[in-house]
Ligand binder design. Structure first.
Ligand SMILES: [Fe+2]
Ligand SMILES: [Fe+2]
Length: 339
């Protein structure tokens, strides 16, 4: 109920909406914190370090989380003079094909591209839920570590519902990656562990996070979309902090023989995420042939720069962790994520 204390707090958070990058949630992700270095030295210390980070994130979750059902006014119609996606992030931006579209068609295409990112986001969160469930299944429920994984799963469930409602609000089809990619995604929780698992999680979370951060302060964008982004950024800051700390810890324990497997899996995942955010089907919304427009988009330097922009931070982080390299380079190069 709206009158409960928790709801009042959430609404207050939603109105405030300024503390988008709580430093305490990003800090452990660097993998360079003193606690982390000490914790890696001993198994016992490692567990203590994990528990400390999980405890802090659980406290943050209790203090700052949202219920998009209550915190977003889904009854508000789209504003006629606002866009759904900044034009320079449209996959055809700058091409002769884009120039030939009317302003209304460009706005419509942006709406379908935003819906495609939301649809792929839901698909990624379904995979993420299975990866986190795997961690919880094998862990100790009495640990703060597993309890934080459960708290993160609860947030991801709400995010998926929020993105689903966003698609419903925009009135577009629910875009999804192609069948083969869906099948590969289904296999990931079975084959990924340690650095490959956390790397896959981070690629999914950090790419979308970068676009959302850019849009949240852009007043030409629909206010409802900015609010969705604000909620997601705030909660993902914790998830990214958790995953970065876990990746750093698990990468430090990796043997030389295991490294190629993790690099290959991370490279393949990076390619899949980067190349499936925009479904070729979106081009039908403005009367373009999906195959042709998709080819134009892939060859478009502005679109390639957009993909690179999305991956800038996570690629630097994974490179520093030694996880970008052979035999994954074929997929990294094809992903357009490399600088
Ligand atoms: Fe999420
Ligand atoms: Fe997340």
């Amino acid at each position: 109920m709206r009158t409960t204390e928790a709801t009042a707090r959430r609404s207050e958070n939603a109105k405030r909406g300024t503390d988008l990058e709580p430093a305490d949630e990003r800090e452990p992700g660097t993998g360079q914190d003193r606690d982390g270095a000490r914790d890696r030295a001993t198994g016992q210390g490692r567990v203590a370090g994990q528990e400390r980070i999980a405890e802090r994130l659980l406290r943050s979750t209790a203090a700052r989380s949202y219920d998009p059902e209550l915190d977003i006014n889904w009854a508000a119609p789209p504003e006629p003079d606002k866009v759904f996606l900044p034009p320079h992030r449209s996959s055809l931006y700058g091409t002769p094909l884009y120039e030939r579209l009317s302003p209304q068609q460009r706005r419509e295409l942006g709406k379908h591209e935003a819906a495609s990112v939301a649809g792929t986001g839901i698909w990624l969160e379904f995979i993420l839920l299975r990866l986190l469930a795997k961690l919880a299944y094998h862990g100790d429920p009495a640990s703060r570590h597993v309890q934080y994984a459960l708290a993160e799963m609860a947030e991801e469930c709400r995010h998926s519902t929020m993105f689903a409602r966003l698609i419903e609000w925009m009135g577009t089809p629910g875009y999804r990656p192609p069948r083969l990619v869906q099948r590969l995604g289904k296999m990931l929780p079975t084959v990924a562990y340690g650095p490959a698992m956390w790397g896959a999680i981070l690629i999914g979370e950090e790419l979308t996070d970068r676009y959302q951060r850019e849009m949240v302060t852009d007043e030409s964008v629909q206010p409802l979309i900015r609010m969705v982004n604000r909620i997601h950024i705030m909660e993902e800051a914790r998830h990214i902090g958790f995953a970065r700390a876990e990746l750093a810890r698990s990468a430090a324990q990796l043997s030389r023989a295991e490294l190629p497997y993790h690099r290959a899996l991370i490279g393949r995942t990076a390619y899949i995420v980067a190349r499936n955010l925009i479904s070729p089907e979106v081009y039908r919304s403005v009367g373009l042939d999906p195959d042709y427009a998709h080819r134009v988009a892939l060859a478009n330097p502005a679109h390639q720069a957009t993909i690179r922009f999305g991956g800038e931070k996570i690629v630097a982080f994974l490179t520093e962790a030694g996880l970008v390299g052979a035999p994954g380079m074929y997929w990294w190069r094809k992903s357009y994520l490399l600088p």
